[in-house]
Ligand binder design. Structure first.
Ligand code: SF4
Ligand code: SF4
Length: 473
């Protein structure tokens, strides 16, 4: 580890003034370079996906919908119901293990390239800030100057655009929750007709505004649980944005660049102590102190250092994607027992998830005995009363639905219509009597197999308990 003897950097946080305890607002220098360019492209793509997805429909269903209020969920256009919670749970398990495995191997690459917080902060709000207020030095100057016309205009413009974008983000999130059609209907009806929803939208807008205008990197440093997990997930094999301290510090440490000197002969490392890597860092840290919780792997310091290396004629890559073992001992990445374990768990869970999705079926029937009711018998027949629920999970309606007893001789008496339809993504409920010939019963607690038919076509089978009198044969 670099700075093995000097751990004083751990006593302070870059975003807090060590004497007053006030917040240090970070004004990172605008990054420039290969990685920033690639990250911008990736961000535009992910932002486009985020905006477009609520407008995509599959079979009339929104592609992704998480309507927690009405308990309606669509994933890839397929409706999921609260009864499918186990699939959700396994899906979450798969995601968690995948993230763990990914993090153990590739460190916090997700934070820098895919996290919505980083994408919105660095690629939307920060770019607007640079466009209006200029780069770091101009921002600091503007911050320090009194409230004159220039400051009021620039800050006012920036905050107005921030508010507008926060409002748009809230609307997009709402489209994922209540559905795009419902959102467009609300917009058509106007604010006055939907004051409650509009107030909720404003609350979320205020939250996003607070995060992106002021709270910023504090989300990653203080709030994000994924960031806090790094300490247990990362090891010396994990690939991270890292400073090559072996090369950077040399034998005698880093030092200013002097054109005429022979650094190698003097034992100086390649780090010219220009602090460009610190100035571009959106969390205000010095990557040369080693892997830190605050580092979101945004790669801005790689670009800054590469640019400096180029200008002094040194090889690029003093800050790069590398593991601690790679930097210290030249060891390339190896698949170890930990990786094998996580991979095995991930494969198992993914297999279970795929099987559940394949065998999920489009129909689910639940038939339960009416609570508090006991069987009745006339000596030849035994009767029990049930409530049923037929859930249509498919994207087509189920028509002309009826039940038939398959395993026993008996009849069904419906309270209400004998045949019914179940529209897509809806459910039908009712009450009926199952009447079984006593001679066909073998115990006082029999399992009865029932078929669900659409017209004459059997579309599902299920079992239900059928209590009756003691049978002595
Ligand atoms: S240390 Fe480098 S990679 Fe980490 S947050 Fe700062 S600039 Fe980004
Ligand atoms: S940008 Fe590179 S050379 Fe400059 S201080 Fe950082 S690590 Fe050293």
């Amino acid at each position: 580890m670099p700075n093995e003897t000097n751990e004083s950097f751990r006593d302070t946080i870059a975003t807090i003034d060590s004497s007053s305890g006030d917040r240090n607002i970070i004004h990172p220098k605008k990054p420039k370079g290969k990685f920033y360019k690639y990250r911008t492209w990736v961000s535009w793509f992910l932002l486009a996906v985020f905006v477009v997805i609520p407008f995509i429909k599959v079979g009339g269903n929104q592609f992704l919908l998480f309507n927690v209020v009405d308990r309606q969920f669509n994933i890839f256009g397929f409706p999921f119901f609260p009864q499918d919670f186990h699939i959700f749970a396994i899906g979450i398990g798969v995601s968690v293990v995948a993230i763990i495995l990914f993090t153990v191997i590739f460190g916090r690459i997700f934070c820098g390239w895919m996290c919505p917080q980083t994408i919105f902060m660095e690629m939307v709000f920060r770019k607007i800030e640079y466009a209006i207020e200029g780069d770091r030095t101009k921002q600091i100057k503007l911050e320090r100057q009194s409230w004159n016309g220039e400051k009021i205009w620039k800050k006012g413009l920036k905050w107005s655009i921030f508010f507008l974008i926060s409002f748009l983000i809230s609307n997009l999130f709402l489209a994922y929750v209540i559905g795009t059609d419902a959102l467009l209907d609300l917009i058509k009806e106007g604010i006055m007709a939907n004051l409650k929803t509009f107030s909720i939208l404003l609350v979320f807008t205020a939250v996003f505004y607070f995060i992106f205008a002021w709270f910023r990197e504090q989300v990653c440093i203080i709030v994000c649980p994924y960031g806090r997990l790094q300490g247990v997930l990362l090891d010396n094999n994990s690939i991270n944005v890292a400073y090559d301290f072996v090369r950077g510090e040399g034998i005698k440490g880093r030092g200013k660049y002097r054109k005429s000197e022979d650094r190698e002969a003097l034992g100086k490392g390649d780090c010219v102590n220009c602090k460009q890597c610190v100035l571009v860092c959106p969390t205000g840290i010095d990557i040369r102190n080693g892997t830190q919780l605050e580092c979101i792997n945004c790669t801005a310091c790689i670009d800054a250092c590469d640019s400096m290396m180029e200008s002094v004629g040194f090889e690029k890559g003093l800050i790069k994607y590398a593991s601690e073992n790679d930097i210290e001992n030249g060891e390339k990445f190896k698949f170890n027992k930990r990786h094998i374990f996580y991979t095995a768990v991930l494969t198992l869970l993914t297999g279970v998830l795929v099987a559940l999705l394949i065998f999920r079926g489009n129909i689910e029937t639940i038939m339960l005995r009416l609570p508090g009711q006991t069987y009745t018998t006339d000596g030849e027949k035994v009767s029990n009363v049930y409530t049923y629920k037929v859930i249509n999970k498919g994207i087509k309606p189920l028509e002309n639905i009826s039940f038939k007893i398959i395993s026993h001789t008996g009849t069904i008496k419906y309270i209400g219509a004998q045949n019914f339809d179940v529209p897509k993504e809806e459910q039908a409920e009712g009450t009926l009597f199952l009447i079984i010939d006593k001679a066909d019963l073998n115990s006082h607690k029999e399992k009865i197999k029932i078929g669900v038919f659409s017209g004459d076509k059997l579309i599902e089978e299920f079992s239900t308990n059928f209590p009756g009198p003691m049978i002595i044969k």
